[in-house]
Write a protein that binds this ligand. Structure first.
Ligand code: ATP
Length: 462
């Protein structure tokens, strides 16, 4: 019996309808009219308040208006408050370019949200049933969905300050039809439910009969599968968030950097979810063209024997591997190359976020590491030039014979590709490279010898 099964299902899901207010989305088809009837007939027993809501999508002219009238009349006869709206979905499709199903859904849900607020309801109940669930799961698996999308429709989810629930997920289409017959309800039939142009209808007609033949209770097993997968998924998701916070750095809303070694030490199921997490964070709206093969290509990039490489994803998301780091970012405005001249004490702010401090000193203190350069005031030709790298730049390193390419210094010091473009280089007035701040000094750099007068340059990285 439908009544007992639904009550047991709601009990198992921990939903207490007593003293609650519900909005029911009623299309006039068998499932939602049966749901309305079911909740209405238990109104006093449950002590619930119900409101019915119908949207005329204006797809089928007078026929769809008659659906609305059917639901309205049903409600008037039973003194059920009724809300309806005619929404010009064909016009909405024209404006947005959405598919007819997606457009109708968007319009419907925004109406539900509005009416749910108006009546201050606890739940919005929809008529999706177990066969819808089987179709949804199979369609999503066939299309290649990931994560919790594979689990189909949730029984409950938050929506517009209340919750959407689907009390009929435990029932088959056939059981609902039987209930309608028993209760003397003659639902409206939407002819588009028969059209094979819709993928759902093909699953309904071709796949469902086979499964039902194999096992008449197939929808119950799919529903269990859906619930188990959703709870496993929620748990793994929580673990993933926790772990990912230790291996990635959110630099901005549009940039995340990942430590590859720490990431690869995570268990594989968390790695896959971790990548999804990054993509969901960066893509505010996930592009439809993003597929499982994109995720695979990120793993290949990180595992590649080459220390650097780049992928370009939909909407121009760049994924750049540089040594043991992987950067996910939407490219910023390209940073222009720069060139500053300095011949007296000053602080030069660099476009890469760092700065260089120019000072005079007779008595430098502190340790003279690669972030500090000491020059003899008598020897150096001013102005000093602070600029980005140029093709063929070379310098003579302190304590070494011959010259070395600046490019090789960046490679030896494992400076990520994108940082090299904006890294400062300091030369004297003749263009001789004196210093690659933070990395290497040339043989022009001095050790402190008392008595002389110096220029001291300090590099403060971002
Ligand atoms: N035009 C509508 N107005 C109000 N609610 C709707 C409308 N269309 C769908 N719904 C709600 O969304 C649920 C799922 O819709 P879907 O389009 O998948 O099914 P349906 O074939 O319309 O189902 P039904 O047999 O209830 O007509 C319906 O059961 C109903 O609760």
């Amino acid at each position: 019996m439908l009544e007992e099964k639904v009550r047991a299902f709601l009990r198992r899901k921990g939903i207490e309808l007593n003293n609650k207010k519900l909005l029911i989305g009623v299309s006039g088809g068998p499932d939602s009219i049966a749901l309305l009837h079911y909740l209405w007939s238990f109104k006093h027993l449950f002590n619930i308040e119900i409101v019915a809501a119908h949207v005329d999508h204006m797809f089928r002219g007078d026929e769809s208006f008659q659906d609305a009238m059917f639901v309205r009349d049903y409600c008037i006869e039973r003194e059920i408050p009724f809300e309806m709206e005619q929404i010009d979905v064909p016009e909405f499709i024209e404006k947005t370019g959405k598919s007819s199903q997606a457009a109708a859904r968007d319009c419907r849900y925004s109406f539900f949200g509005k009416i749910a607020k108006k009546h201050n309801v606890d739940y919005i109940a929809l008529g999706h049933h177990g066969d819808d669930q089987v179709e949804t799961i199979l369609m999503r698996l066939t299309r290649g969905s990931t994560g919790k999308a594979r689990a189909g429709m949730p029984f409950i989810r938050p929506f517009a300050d209340c919750f959407i629930i689907r009390p009929f997920l435990c029932m088959s289409r056939n059981e609902i039809e039987q209930y309608c017959l028993k209760e003397g309800i003659t639902p409206r039939r939407d002819p588009s439910n028969e059209k094979s142009i819709y993928s759902r209808n093909r699953f309904r007609k071709e796949v469902l009969p086979f499964l039902r033949e194999e096992n008449p209770h197939v929808h119950e097993h799919f529903q269990r599968f859906s619930e188990d997968l959703q709870s496993d998924e929620a748990y793994l998701q929580e673990l993933t968030v926790h772990k990912m916070n230790t291996v990635m750095e959110k630099k901005t809303d549009e940039e995340i950097s990942l430590d590859i070694d720490a990431f690869e030490a995570m268990p594989m199921p968390l790695q896959r979810r971790g990548i999804q997490l990054i993509l969901n964070y960066l893509y505010k709206e996930r592009p439809a063209s993003l597929s499982a093969s994109h995720i695979e290509s990120i793993f290949s990039l990180m595992k590649s024997p080459h220390p650097s490489g780049k992928l370009i994803f939909p909407n121009d998301l760049h994924i750049v591997r540089s040594y043991r780091k992987c950067h996910f970012q939407f490219p910023k405005e390209p940073v222009q190359s720069y060139r500053f001249q300095v011949s007296e004490p000053a602080i030069i702010k660099l476009p890469n976020g760092g700065s260089i401090i120019f000072e005079y000193t007779d008595c430098p203190d502190g340790n003279l590491n690669n972030d500090t350069l000491l020059l003899d005031r008598e020897d150096v030709s001013l102005p000093l030039i602070i600029r980005t790298r140029g093709a063929g730049d070379r310098m003579t390193l302190k304590g070494m014979q011959g010259t070395k390419k600046i490019k090789d210094i960046f490679i030896d010091c494992k400076i990520p590709l994108q940082e090299r473009e904006t890294w400062p280089i300091v030369t004297d007035a003749h263009g001789r490279i004196l210093w690659v701040p933070g990395l290497k000094k040339s043989h022009y750099s001095m050790q402190h010898t008392s008595g002389a007068s110096y220029i001291i340059l300090k590099y403060i990285k971002q």
